[in-house]
Design a protein around this ligand. Structure first.
Ligand code: SF4
Length: 494
């Protein structure tokens, strides 16, 4: 375990993420001096950070880091002068730079994303573009401030430029988008950390869940007085685990609350191939769904079995062709790099198979091992080392997307992401996911309905307020009035 102690609160998350990026196999604990009895909790600190009125000092002990606690490695002490009036954000940058310098020197590693630990790196480039900075200035700033590699900096700028162009024709600032979560899936994937219940055990609760959602839809329609959302996204979970009749019930209610024909983009995550049928696709088509996802994650059958998806690559192909037959001309496919047991050859095979289908967009994720997932327990129980995504796998996927005529258009990072990489959405021109951009770049308010969903109100000054629905299904149904009222207040209070 790597213990970090600092004498000022408010930076624990940043420090934890950055140290973990250098030592992905180690448990990292960050303590604030005086708040905890560090010695009895975790032993002496390996990294100690002290901020005084004029300087910040970091001291790194020789053990027990991943170098095996080699006593020939001497302790490192580094300090920087820090102005007294530094804002919290500026100090955060200084602190992360200092930690980066010390850990990079100790490990010999350079992180492609440098000191950036947030989930929206392209948002920084977008903000600088909006201030009128040139690409060169932005790249220089990102490299100097965050120690970002030139490649990742260029990716951020390319994506921010594309997003800006795509958003230029939309009056997104005054608008909003609607998210609806359906928390049921055919089975639970090994790596899942979303709100998801296996449908077989929850069939009895679906109707009550839809009734609660209907109340949320009515309240949202009332709050927005017929103002049409720019985009609608039904995700989860896997919305197509609902029966055709249940889908019809949800969509007809949605249509009676919001005039769907004027929505610019309407996405439904069909997600799991084992949930897709012709009848369900026809219902989606009838209600004007413009974009769906059919997600293989991998085309290796043994990996699909291992990660608990219980569908075959053949089913993915059949579902994809069925969707084309039903008239869907904007189909996304999600892939995951770094799945247990998979290497570069498997990724190459998957993108070749997916390429033969000819999807309109690809979302390429790097596996994130979330603490709450079964994967995290599986790794511990089977004593396997955490699987790692690699630069080569990222390149294979990027090249395959380019060969399919796609360009990167949105980007986000996650905590504990494999290999400290990123998730990138690629699309053919004209098939970009508008909701993904609006949500990821925090450009618009999101009204989110359903268990575990998070609504966000974006104010003109850029401030964001959030309101969360409870995750637990029974509680969501029970507390629906209370959550609906909280959401109404979020969007109407001035
Ligand atoms: S399909 Fe998605 S939401 Fe459902 S169990 Fe798998 S990862 Fe979780």
């Amino acid at each position: 375990m790597i213990t970090v102690m600092l004498n000022e609160a408010g930076f624990e998350y940043d420090i934890h993420s950055l140290v973990r990026a250098f030592y992905p196999m180690s448990e990292v604990k960050v303590f604030v001096e005086g708040e905890k009895d560090l010695v009895s909790d975790a032993g002496f600190p390996v990294i100690k950070i002290t901020r005084s009125s004029e300087k910040t000092v970091i001291r790194l002990e020789p053990s027990p880091l991943e170098d095996g606690g080699d006593s020939r490695v001497s302790a490192v002490r580094k300090e920087v002068f820090t102005e007294p009036g530094l804002t919290k954000d500026s100090f955060r940058n200084v602190l992360k730079q200092l930690i980066y310098q010390v850990l990079s020197a100790r490990t010999g590693k350079e992180l492609p994303w440098g000191t950036l630990t947030g989930i929206r790196p392209a948002k920084i480039a977008m903000g600088l573009l909006e201030q009128g900075k040139t690409q060169e200035q932005i790249l220089q700033y990102m490299q100097d401030t965050y120690y970002l590699s030139s490649r990742k900096g260029q990716l951020c700028i390319e994506i921010a430029e594309r997003e800006r162009e795509l958003l230029s024709g939309i009056h997104y600032r005054d608008g909003y988008s609607l998210y609806i979560g359906i928390p049921f899936c055919p089975t639970t994937c090994l790596y899942c950390s979303f709100t998801s219940y296996p449908i077989s055990g929850w069939k009895e609760r679906v109707s009550a869940y839809l009734s609660a959602l209907e109340k949320e839809l009515e309240a949202a329609a009332e709050t927005f007085h017929g103002q049409i959302p720019d985009s609608v996204y039904i995700g989860g979970g896997t919305p197509t685990t609902l029966s055709p009749e249940e889908l019809e019930r949800l969509l007809s209610k949605l249509q009676s609350c919001f005039p769907l024909e004027r929505v610019q983009e309407f996405t439904v995550e069909a997600g799991r191939a084992d949930s897709i049928t012709r009848e369900k696709l026809q219902v989606l088509k009838r209600y004007g769904v413009t974009r769906i996802s059919v997600n293989p994650q991998t085309m290796r059958e043994e990996t699909l079995r291992l990660i608990g998806r219980q569908h075959t690559p053949e089913q993915v192909k059949r579902a994809f062709y069925l969707a084309r037959e039903c008239g869907f001309d904007n189909i996304n496919m999600d892939l995951i790099l770094g799945l247990p047991g998979e290497g570069e050859e498997d990724v190459r095979y998957t993108v070749e198979e997916v390429g033969k289908l000819g999807p309109d967009s690809l979302t390429v994720h790097s596996l994130a091992v979330k603490r709450a997932s079964r994967l995290s327990r599986w790794i511990a129980e089977n004593k396997v080392s955490v699987t790692q995504n690699t630069d080569a796998m990222v390149d294979i996927a990027a090249q395959a997307a380019a060969a399919m005529g796609m360009q990167p258009y949105y980007l986000y990072r996650q905590k504990n992401i494999s290999g400290n990489f990123e998730n990138v959405g690629y699309a053919r021109p004209g098939c970009y996911g508008l909701y993904n951009i609006l949500m990821m770049e925090e450009k618009q308010s999101i009204v989110a309905l359903g268990a575990g969903s998070i609504s966000k109100r974006l104010y003109p000054d850029g401030r964001i307020e959030r309101c969360e629905n409870v995750k637990e299904l029974a509680l969501y149904i029970e507390k629906i009035e209370e959550m609906t009222e909280r959401k109404r207040r979020l969007f109407t209070d001035s």
